[in-house]
Design a protein around this ligand. Structure first.
Ligand code: AMP
Ligand code: ZN
Length: 112
């Protein structure tokens, strides 16, 4: 499939891999907004949260559990954030669902 993150999962486009299991793949964001900025994607192509179906519930949960695993591994459990941008106004620019894991600095609230 002609999708940037599917190509990253398949290794056709290079990425700095952080973690991989049967269902999820995690890699460094190319334009980091925090000392830790990792993207976690389902290996299955899902366009976005609003396009997800009930059968995707488990994989959406798994993406978040992968984020928690990396947060623990990185020692940033004092405070990190998982973010799912949904739709153009949120800034979603890649239409293969992904969870941002941001941490390693004090995060402001609310996000912009
Ligand atoms: P979003 O704006 O939520 O769709 O997030 C897309 C993210 O993908 C942005 O934070 C980009 O910096 C990141 N990104 C785009 N292309 C690449 C790439 N080739 N490798 C790693 N991250 C990327
Ligand atoms: Zn894809």
């Amino acid at each position: 499939m002609d999708c940037l993150f599917c190509k990253i999962v398949r290794g056709e486009i290079p990425s700095k891999k952080i973690y991989e299991d049967e269902h999820t793949y995690a890699f460094e964001d190319i334009d980091p907004k925090a000392p830790t900025h990792v993207l976690i994607v389902p290996k299955k192509h899902i366009v976005g949260l609003k396009e997800a179906s009930p059968e995707d519930a488990e994989i959406i949960g798994r993406c978040h559990l992968t984020a928690a695993h990396i947060g623990k591994q990185r020692g940033i459990e004092n405070g990190y954030r998982t973010v799912l941008n949904v739709g153009p106004d949120s800034g979603q620019s890649v239409f293969h669902m992904h969870v941002h894991l941001l941490g390693g600095r004090k995060l402001t609230w609310p996000p912009g």
